[in-house]
Design a protein around this ligand. Structure first.
Ligand SMILES: Nc1nc2c(c(=O)[nH]1)N[C@H]1C(S)=C(S)[C@@H](COP(=O)(O)O)O[C@H]1N2
Ligand SMILES: [Mo]
Length: 251
């Protein structure tokens, strides 16, 4: 969330930028150039804080797709429940949409596939230092939130996953700026095929303005919350809780 102070700070920096913009010759003076550069950088960062989160992540063409897209983190949830759902082709799987919504939902994979879909070719950046370009197809998260009647009191969306590390479930959360971003989808397809088990079948989050660990695989349910403090370790995600990864991993 953008605070009032950040907004006011940004407006001030913006005005400063405008004033300086009218005095080009000032940077002919010795030592002034560097100060101006710092001012410009501050303006750029402030502008970015206010406006940039709505910007789209770059999208690529089919020719740019990586021949191999690594499977990372868990490659298959180990629970008996997941094994049963997988064996049944996910016919019995349901996505739960709950928490601070007027109309909790329970949606089958077929229902999700029949909703309007978005397809995007984007670059996945993992914090461990690898990237891959892939094509993702799925339902924009905002459509589900609208259908469920998201409460005006809700501030975050939490994603519950089917997998765990040593008994600790994987989960993630994002704020509403990312939840309503046009490229934020719950993907059921990858590279023109049904999502594979390795990449998060039957459904995984794509939140294209953030690093890889935010893209929850094996999503079983999502929950609208006011705060993620009471959930698990309280930091909003598995890696945030156990390894101190940043909750906001914007790229
Ligand atoms: N449920 C779940 N989601 C997850 C992970 C995981 O282990 N479990 N790993 C994360 C990390 S660190 C990355 S880089 C991506 C990897 O996605 P991929 O296997 O499709 O490449 O998934 C993210 N989402
Ligand atoms: Mo990652």
């Amino acid at each position: 969330m953008i605070s009032r102070r950040q907004l006011i700070g940004a407006a001030g920096a913006g005005a400063g930028g405008l004033l300086l913009g009218g005095c080009d010759r000032i940077d002919a003076l010795p030592g002034v150039r560097k100060v101006l550069a710092i001012g410009n950088e501050a303006t750029r960062l402030a502008q970015r804080a206010v406006t940039d989160r709505a910007a789209l992540a770059p999208e690529y063409g089919a020719a740019d797709m990586s021949p191999k897209f690594r499977v990372n983190g868990n490659a298959r949830p180990s629970s008996a429940d997941y094994a049963r759902l997988l064996a049944g082709g996910f016919a019995d799987w349901r996505l739960g949409v709950g928490g601070m919504v007027a109309r909790p939902l329970s949606l089958s994979l077929d229902q999700l596939r029949r909703m309007p879909a978005r397809t995007q070719i984007t670059r996945h950046d993992c914090v461990e230092g690898w990237s891959a370009i892939g094509q993702w197809t799925g339902v924009p998260l905002r459509l589900l939130l609208r259908q469920a009647g998201l409460s005006t009191q809700a501030r975050y969306i939490v994603f519950r996953c089917a997998d765990d590390f040593g008994g600790t479930p994987y989960y993630e959360s994002i704020d509403l700026v990312d939840a309503f971003h046009p490229q934020t989808i719950l993907a059921w397809g990858m590279n023109g095929q049904a999502l594979s088990v390795g990449h998060g079948a039957p459904l995984r989050l794509r939140v294209e303005r953030q690093l890889g660990y935010k893209h929850a695989k094996y999503v079983m349910g999502l929950e609208a919350v006011r705060s993620f403090d009471p959930i698990a370790g309280g930091r909003g995600g598995y890696w945030e809780d156990v390894s101190g990864y940043q909750w906001y991993a914007g790229i």
